[in-house]
Design a protein around this ligand. Structure first.
Ligand SMILES: [Zn+2]
Length: 70
C-alpha cells in the first residue's frame, strides 16, 4: 500500500500556527514524517492532520484494490 508521504508533508506545510502565525516544516525521513513546529500545541494539531491524511490515503488505496479485485 503506497502512501504518498511527500504529499502529506505538503499539506502540513500549508498550515499556519494560530498562535504564532508561523508555518511548520515537514519532511519525509524514511517511512516517517519529521515535523518541526513553533510550539508543541501546533505540532499536536499537525500530527492529527497527518494521521487523518494517512488514513484518508489508506482508504483511497483500499477502494482501488477493491475495484481491481471486483
Ligand atoms: Zn506556535
Amino acid at each position: 500500500m503506497a502512501i504518498n508521504l511527500q504529499e502529506v508533508c505538503n499539506i502540513l506545510e500549508r498550515q499556519t500556527c494560530p498562535i504564532h502565525n508561523k508555518k511548520p516544516t515537514a519532511k519525509v525521513n524514511g517511512n516517517k514524517i519529521e515535523i518541526n513546529a513553533c510550539c508543541n500545541k501546533f505540532k499536536k494539531e499537525l500530527e492529527e492532520i497527518m494521521g487523518n491524511e494517512i488514513s484518508k490515503q489508506t482508504d483511497d488505496n483500499l477502494d482501488n484494490i477493491l475495484d481491481i479485485s471486483r
